[in-house]
Write a protein that binds this ligand. Structure first.
Ligand SMILES: [Zn+2]
Length: 278
């Protein structure tokens, strides 16, 4: 079966390529370690740099991707490739002047789809937990008991099993929180790490959790949302998900940015004057 992979050629330009065996997203070598090279951005203006966490609700946007190649392509064009360099596979793409071998780093479409589904399930469970939707939560999980040990699995992903001891059992809600903890931790373990960074401004070292790749950044953002009971809203103009920060912006804020607020205002004004003319 031919699996499309997403190719990244340069400067945020990606392309789905159907090769002899597969389709891939090709990645330029400089783009693979975005978290490190971001600091070097001023020195390499020709390289594509992405600052995914400036989009405060990006993990929700990722969770909502339909999984069709076009939607993933436009996500990658804005925010970069998903995986760390060690998980990127080599795929055969076009031969160019810079790459005469035609072998490019690439990411399989199927991997993107798997990761989108994983995020979508986890975000949905979190939303159901926060809205106390016990009935819907109960439908999402299968719970079994084997020899005094309870296991919980999501119905859409039965291979991923979370274990409980009897004492830990606190109903479907407890199981769902435990499942969420397990799924998020698995991704944090694999795609984030703690680093010491010299803060030149303060003249001291700072300990930070940072992502190894875009996938790690998305799960880190999600984990921060869960920890901080963060609320999110979708922009009424452009559909972007953003975090509601009560201290910074009013909780009744309806748009992601001033630009979108202006756009919506102009649209409303245009509609009103049209009505007036009629
Ligand atoms: Zn907007």
């Amino acid at each position: 079966m031919n699996t499309p992979h997403l190719f990244h050629y340069a400067q945020g330009r990606f392309q789905w390529e159907l090769t002899v065996t597969d389709e891939y997203l090709v990645i330029m070598p400089t783009q693979r370690r975005w978290n490190l090279i971001e600091k070097l951005a001023p020195y390499y203006p020709e390289v594509f740099f992405s600052k995914p966490l400036e989009h405060t609700g990006l993990f929700r946007h990722f969770a909502e991707l339909s999984g069709d190649p076009q939607s993933i392509l436009s996500f990658a064009e804005k925010h970069g490739v998903l995986l760390p360099s060690r998980e990127v596979t080599a795929a055969r793409g076009p031969k160019t002047e810079e790459n005469t071998s035609g072998s490019w780093p690439a990411e399989p479409l199927e991997r993107w789809r798997t990761e989108i589904s994983k995020m979508r399930r986890a975000v949905e469970v979190w939303d159901l937990l926060r809205s106390d939707d016990i009935d819907n939560l109960a439908e999402r999980f299968t719970i079994q008991e084997k020899g005094g040990v309870l296991t919980v699995a999501h119905v859409e992903n039965p291979e991923e099993v979370v274990y409980f001891t009897r004492g830990e059992w606190v109903g479907i809600e407890g199981a769902a929180w435990r499942y969420l903890e397990h799924v998020i931790n698995k991704r944090l373990e694999a795609y984030t790490h703690a680093v010491l960074e010299f803060d030149a401004g303060k003249g001291r070292m700072a300990l930070r959790v940072t992502a190894k790749c875009l996938l790690g950044a998305l799960w880190l953002q999600f984990a921060q949302g869960v920890e901080g009971f963060k609320e999110y809203r979708q922009c009424g103009e452009c559909g972007t998900w953003y975090e509601l920060t009560p201290d910074k912006n009013r909780t009744n804020k309806l748009y992601c940015s001033n630009a979108c607020k202006q756009k919506a205002y102009r649209r409303r004004r245009a509609a009103t004057s049209q009505q007036a003319e009629e």
